[in-house]
Write a protein that binds this ligand. Structure first.
Ligand code: HEC
Length: 292
């Protein structure tokens, strides 16, 4: 084989593998809330998974599709069957690589989810099945007052409630198939996406040093990150949107109600009824939600 032919194959194999499911991204979206590299949190560490499943990708996939009750002190893992085999194999590949050479640390004392859910250390971000939201929901308690459900499917805020986090006890401890319930009535709902129906792709989330989340996602051509912080004095939160590049056209966001009634303010743009219009060139803006 001539050098140029070999190069051709290399380049094209490179392309093929670039199209394979992204194990790291899928892990981050679907498993990271319960599994850490070197420590048992809700579920066992990646180090332990590697010891169990290093050369057994098929058994790994089998487990993820139909998890069993195995560890006496753990909740039951929810089935990941909806991801499908290729995605689970990609996650297996990612985990085996990520855990290579890492060593298990002693588990943190106590159970994160034991006792009253309202006494949980805050802020708390967890992947859990919530009512009126898709299967990729993330429940977040910002502080002891404000919690919300963010849906990593359509990449948007679903609803917010104040006073108490989720009653996840039945979900975590019980059969694992039920829905967690907000512990207090919902105060704010975004029944439809602010920017209308735009194709969304979740890229994962980061936690800042205090544990407050930033969700990263793509909406159509927009690369967005959305960061949440609680308000100090009032009951409420800020939600800062940042775009990777300035928006080329004006953006119209449609809220569930006019700003006074929805309890929302913006540090940029102009309102007309329920619609907030941000000018072309916007790179970031912050919404402040306050509950009286
Ligand atoms: C809601 C929390 C949660 C999520 C999300 C989750 N797991 Fe788990 N996982 C657990 C728990 C809890 C256990 C331990 C269950 C037991 O031993 O009874 C576990 C155990 C495992 C094990 C060990 C199996 C064994 O034989 O001991 C593997 C492998 C695993 N999970 C893979 C995954 C993968 C892959 C994903 C994402 C696609 C994932 N988990 C998502 C909670 C979760």
């Amino acid at each position: 084989m001539k050098f140029s032919t070999a190069l051709f194959f290399l380049v094209n194999f490179g392309r093929l593998s670039a199209q394979a499911p992204d194990g790291a991204l899928l892990f981050n979206q679907n498993c990271a809330a319960c599994h850490q590299l070197d420590q048992m949190i809700v579920g066992p560490s990646l180090v332990e998974m590697r010891a169990l499943y290093q050369d057994k990708p098929a058994d790994f996939v089998k487990w993820a599709i139909a998890p069993q009750k195995k560890r006496p002190n753990a909740i039951e893992m929810p089935s990941m069957a909806h991801l499908g085999e290729p995605a689970l194999l990609a996650i297996h590949g990612y985990i085996m690589k990520a855990a290579e050479g890492a060593k298990e640390k002693k588990a943190a004392a106590g159970d994160r989810f034991a006792g009253s859910p309202t006494q949980a250390v805050r802020p708390l971000v967890m992947r859990i099945f919530m009512p009126d939201a898709g299967p990729a929901s993330i429940a977040v308690a910002l502080d002891s007052r404000v919690s919300f459900c963010w849906d990593a499917g359509p990449c948007r805020l679903r609803y917010v409630w104040t006073g108490g986090f989720v009653d996840g006890y039945a979900y975590w401890r019980g059969n694992g198939h039920g829905l967690a319930k907000p512990l207090a009535p919902v105060r704010y709902t975004e029944a439809s996406p602010l920017l209308g129906d735009v194709a969304a792709r979740f890229r994962g989330y980061n936690l800042d040093p205090k544990g407050f989340p930033t969700f990263r996602y793509q909406l159509g051509a927009l690369e967005v990150s959305e960061s949440y912080l609680p308000l100090e004095k009032e009951t409420g939160f800020t939600r800062k949107f940042t775009f990777a590049v300035p928006v080329t056209d004006a953006l119209a966001l449609t809220f569930p109600d006019v700003p006074e009634k929805a309890g929302v303010r913006s540090d940029a743009g102009s309102w007309s009824g329920k619609v907030l219009t941000l000018p072309a060139g916007t790179t970031s803006f912050t919404l402040t939600h306050v509950f009286p």
